[in-house]
Design a binder for this molecule. Structure first.
Ligand SMILES: C[S@@+](CC[C@H](N)C(=O)[O-])C[C@H]1O[C@@H](n2cnc3c(N)ncnc32)[C@H](O)[C@@H]1O
Length: 274
């Protein structure tokens, strides 16, 4: 493993040891125009698959959705032992194989899955060619990889306010605590993803961009925006001050009902092994 990969993974482990369920807390209430969450959208992409692996499964929310279909064999893997421990506590996942481990060296035998899913995780992974190769190894011939990838802010004054406040706070943060550049930028575009997956034996990905509405009360919107990795370099007092100032600022600009607009873009990519 290169030192860059090791430092990226050390950051992710440390971040999730403090906030092991942060992504589910931030995204579970988000809704696409069809009324579904990004987790439900991904679940539906592998509706016919019996043996499913979740790559970077976090606290197991997506696996719980998948477990609602009878007869499924489920597995999950994540770098963070704290996140895996939360997933193991879900009653719906008692029969699932949940492992602490790296997506680059999956602790599963060849050809054991019909589908692999990954929600907001693939774009954070270093050494992505190795991830793609190992996913291809554990998938049976014709198996499917379906993933949700982050696509950035999609409007709403709250996002801009959050970004502006964050930039000023980060300028003051010690350089040693900065968030390392995570993952491989090619996962953010269809062409880039096709290049990575094509080398591992996948056909071209089906690629759909969806806007997820994360609007809500100022508290809820703060919960979603602060659940990304951006706040990691900041100490507790700075985060508390940012939160108070965000809540006060958005309260002024929110509608009379206290509703704060906020939207986030995701890409839903599905590729099949040739
Ligand atoms: C943004 S969180 C998403 C968690 C979960 N999929 C969800 O959406 O609720 C990204 C997850 O990917 C995991 N992760 C990142 N790189 C990984 C790798 N190389 N191998 C396994 N897990 C990884 C992190 O530990 C983290 O739990």
């Amino acid at each position: 493993m290169t030192t860059t990969t090791a430092s990226q993974e050390a950051f992710l482990r440390a971040f999730h040891s403090e906030q092991p369920a942060v992504t589910a807390e931030a995204f579970a209430r988000g809704r696409a125009p069809n009324g579904k969450s990004s987790y439900e959208i991904l679940r539906d992409r592998v509706a016919g698959s019996r043996r499913v692996l979740d790559l970077g499964c976090g606290d197991g929310l997506l696996l719980e959705y998948l477990a609602a279909s009878e007869g499924r064999q489920l597995a999950g893997v994540d770098l963070s032992p704290e996140s895996v421990a939360l997933a193991r506590r879900r009653p719906a996942l008692t029969g699932a194989r949940l492992e602490e481990g790296r997506a680059q060296e999956l602790p599963f035998p060849d050809d054991g899955f019909d589908a692999c899913v990954s929600h907001m995780a693939l774009m954070l992974m270093a050494d992505i060619e190795q991830v793609a190769a190992d996913v291809a190894r554990v998938l049976a011939p014709g198996g499917v990889l379906a993933c949700v990838l982050g696509g950035g802010a999609a409007g709403g004054e709250a996002h801009e306010r959050f970004g502006g406040m964050l930039r000023s706070a980060l300028d003051e943060a010690p350089a040693a605590r900065r968030v390392p550049a995570l993952g491989d930028r090619r996962t953010r575009t269809r062409e880039g993803l096709d290049e990575i997956l094509g080398t591992a034996g996948f056909g071209a990905a089906d690629w759909e961009t969806v806007t997820i509405d994360l609007s809500g009360s100022a508290e809820e919107v703060w919960g979603s925006l602060s659940g990304m990795y951006d706040l990691a370099p900041l100490d507790h007092a700075t985060v508390t001050a940012l939160r108070e100032s965000f809540l006060a600022g958005t309260a002024e600009s929110a509608g009379r009902d206290g509703h704060v607009a906020c939207a986030f873009r995701i890409h839903v990519a599905t590729a099949r092994l040739r």
